[in-house]
Write a protein that binds this ligand. Structure first.
Ligand code: AMP
Length: 442
């Protein structure tokens, strides 16, 4: 299958060629024909699968094929949960539309609204937005959504997790009833299906898992260590391993700041990235990290969502997440694009339950070891019910993870990366398409 055989125009093929993509990814192969056919699409895919091009390319084709209204109203609205993801999608829209007469822009909160208002006045075909700022500017009469032809809800599950359901419900009535709806989500939870049922019309269901090549290259390790000694262990690992690009996850914003300060004090360049940081600070930190000026980026889960950092060699879980699925998402930050990566979890005595929850989800045991000089002394905690969010023991992509333990030494991830590979599948394969027809309720 080639991009050309998907029926994309020469201008888009030119842009794709410039990006260096050889062939469509599974999600692109499945979603693009439905979208070009003007169908509603409910897609299970997450960052790393090529989902963005999966919806942006056909949208650009649709918009450029139909007559451009003179005043350039917003004809496609792409809603995302975070500013970083919005900025990233916008960058993709710009690249893919380079050879098309399409205007696009991005709006999000945390920055001055005036430049956004000025840009909106020039006319925008494709608007990428976070819900809060969108509603804000709409409320001020600075933008209109009554000519939107294609709506995208990206990372819809995360939008719900972040409490955006109310905002989404306020945005939907602002759109014309006759439109095309696309929903992308890492999971098809009951909540997502319910949401889809409220606004989508006979959506085509598309599921795809990321290529397994990258997934299999993630080496997962657990280092047992006392809570209070974790910062020292991080410093040792980064310094002695001469690690140059490390992403560290902490559970809290405060914890991210504290760790980042400790790293800086020890001579390791570092920045913290979380929702209390201004947009400017977040963008600067990410740019510095990508350029190699900042060795360690310390992030909370929400801030890290949607970050596109290619070829990330090291991910450290300073604390394990409360939700096992977030572990899968975190370790998906490494080993991207076929490069190998290492995901290390520093696990204190109080986190034994969290390890069990993750192992249950992955259906494999995480190899655990102690580092000399950092042997834990804290008393292990008695077993409790492991935290569960997903009753079916499925990973984020909805696929069942690999069972069994390859045993000893370094273990290859079977359960996830980029959100859950399906190790049972051949590389590049991704579940099938099924028809899911929720009732139309507008
Ligand atoms: P996404 O899942 O949309 O965040 O995309 C993940 C990464 O894959 C991005 O860096 C894209 O530029 C890249 N990508 C998207 N489509 C393809 C493709 N067909 N071939 C190779 N890389 C791709």
């Amino acid at each position: 299958m080639s991009f050309k055989s998907l029926g994309l125009s020469d201008s888009l093929l030119h842009a794709i060629n410039k990006k260096g993509y050889d062939k469509p990814s599974p999600i692109q192969e499945k979603a693009i024909p439905f979208i070009l056919d003007r169908k509603d699409v409910l897609a299970s895919a997450q960052t790393g699968t090529g989902k963005t091009a999966g919806f942006v390319l056909p949208i650009l084709q649709i918009l450029s094929e139909t007559r451009q209204p003179k005043r350039r109203p917003i004809r496609s609205l792409i809603l995302t949960p975070t500013r970083e993801l919005a900025a990233q999608i916008y960058a993709n829209v710009k690249e893919y539309s380079e050879f098309l007469p399409i205007n696009s822009m991005v709006i999000f909160g945390g920055v001055n609204q005036n430049p956004q208002i000025r840009e909106l006045r020039n006319g925008v075909d494709v608007l990428v937005a976070t819900p809060g700022r969108l509603l804000d500017l709409h409320g001020q009469g600075k933008l209109f959504l009554n000519q939107v032809e294609v709506l995208v809800l990206d990372e819809a599950d995360r939008m719900l997790d972040m409490g955006f359901l109310r905002d989404i419900k306020r945005i939907l009535p602002l759109l014309p009833p006759k439109r095309q709806n696309l929903l992308f989500s890492a999971t098809f939870s009951k909540e997502i299906k319910m949401l889809a049922g409220t606004f989508m019309f006979e959506p085509e269901l598309v599921e795809a898992t990321p290529e397994n090549t990258a997934v299999e290259k993630i080496i997962q390790k657990v280092y047992r260590v006392d809570k209070g000694r974790k910062p020292a262990l991080v410093i040792k690992l980064v310094k002695e391993g001469d690690w140059r690009q490390v992403l560290i996850f902490t559970r809290t914003k405060h914890g991210a700041n504290r760790l980042s300060q400790k790293l800086e004090k020890s001579g390791i360049t570092s920045a913290a990235i979380h929702s209390n940081k201004s947009q400017g600070a977040r963008t600067k930190a990410l740019a510095g990290f990508k350029k190699g000026e900042i060795r360690v980026l310390v992030a909370t889960d929400i801030a890290a969502r949607g970050l596109d950092i290619p070829l990330l060699p090291h991910v450290i879980n300073f604390e394990l997440p409360n939700v096992p699925e977030d572990y899968v998402h975190r370790i998906g930050r490494t080993g991207r694009a076929g490069a190998s990566g290492e995901a290390i979890s520093l696990v204190g005595a109080d986190e034994a339950d969290l390890v069990r929850g993750i192992e249950k989800l992955l259906k494999e045991k995480l190899p655990s070891e102690e580092i000399e000089g950092f042997e834990p002394k804290d008393e292990p905690q008695p077993a409790k019910e492991a935290p569960r969010r997903n009753q079916n023991n499925r990973n984020r992509s909805g696929s069942r993870p690999k069972s069994g333990n390859s045993g000893g030494g370094n273990q290859r991830s079977g359960g996830g990366s980029k959100g859950g590979g399906n190790p049972g599948n051949k590389p590049g394969s991704g579940g099938g398409n099924r028809k899911f027809k929720p009732r139309r309720r507008r």
